[in-house]
Write a protein that binds this ligand. Structure first.
Ligand code: NAD
Length: 252
């Protein structure tokens, strides 16, 4: 088991990619803290069934004090924090960019860009003396040039830049900071986005499949191995990297 005895906080783990990461980490022997604004009981049960220990902490990553409380709860229960997966995020509905309001922009930024930074601040005191792994979930959209979501792509570009800056700054603490850039993935949030999308009026798989090297749909479970690799000692000397996970749609 590659994460035996390690403690991981996974934000946005009540459903979607986060829930898949949580279950996969549990299977590898990790203690998993499920942090979400949505109830995470189902994920906790799935982690325990997979063999890991787990509990849920109601957390809004937009609030620094809640991120701090999340980190403290994890350390109090499991004796430390080894891994943070900054996964919580809002996937927006597409609309003409000139219709995006300042409030919508700030709302997405608060969750997708500020949230990961606040969680990093919260876990840093617990990682600085013994090292750790931080995995930020960005998005392939930042390389693709997707219209109709200027706030979303900017927030995910910020996550990429944050990954590089923090990796450089945290190397001396033996804290690895890496990012995963998923392409369209059939999570609950991904499917909701796909259903509401009006331009172009066709499912994401139909748009992306022809330009993927491997012409298959992508599911949350497909990303779990990448996250485990980045959370484990196998990636000891890999940091500041961005791993695209989109069946080969984009090359970077
Ligand atoms: P999802 O909507 O299924 O899950 C997101 C989770 O984040 C939910 O459980 C939600 O309650 C939680 N969350 C939202 N705001 C929060 C907040 N302020 N504090 C704490 N938790 C919060 O979406 P998903 O597809 O699983 O997305 C996971 C991550 O992957 C997101 O960062 C998303 O932007 C990114 N991503 C997804 C896709 C995709 O196609 N699904 C593609 C690229 C990137």
């Amino acid at each position: 088991m590659r994460l035996a005895g390690k403690t991981a906080i996974i934000t946005g783990a009540a459903r979607g990619l986060g829930a898949a990461f949580a279950k996969g980490f549990g299977k590898e022997g990790a203690n998993v803290v499920v942090a979400d604004i949505r109830d995470g009981a189902a994920t906790v049960a799935a982690v325990e069934q997979a063999g890991g220990k787990s509990f849920y902490v109601a957390t809004d990553v937009r609030k620094q004090e809640q991120c701090d409380a999340m980190a403290k709860a994890a350390a109090d229960r499991f004796g430390g924090i080894d891994i943070l997966v900054n996964n919580a995020g809002i996937i927006v509905t597409l609309k003409p960019s000139m219709e995006v309001t300042t409030e919508e922009w700030l709302d997405v930024m608060a969750t997708n860009a500020l949230g990961p930074f606040q969680c990093i601040k919260a876990v840093f005191p617990y990682m600085k003396d013994k090292g750790g792994k931080i995995i930020n979930i960005s998005s392939g959209t930042i390389l693709e040039g997707v219209p109709g979501m200027p706030h979303y792509i900017s927030s995910k570009g910020a996550v990429w830049a944050l990954t590089r800056g923090m990796a450089r700054e945290f190397g001396d603490y033996k804290i690895n900071v890496n990012a995963i850039g998923p392409g369209f993935t059939h999570s609950e949030g991904g499917n909701e986005f796909d259903t509401k999308k009006t331009f172009p009026p066709m499912p994401m798989d139909e748009i992306q499949m022809p330009v993927r090297c491997i012409k298959e749909p992508v599911y949350p479970e497909d990303l779990v191995g990448t996250a485990i690799f980045l959370a484990s000692n196998d990636s000891r000397l890999i940091t500041g990297q961005y791993i695209l996970h989109d069946a080969g749609m984009l090359h970077y």
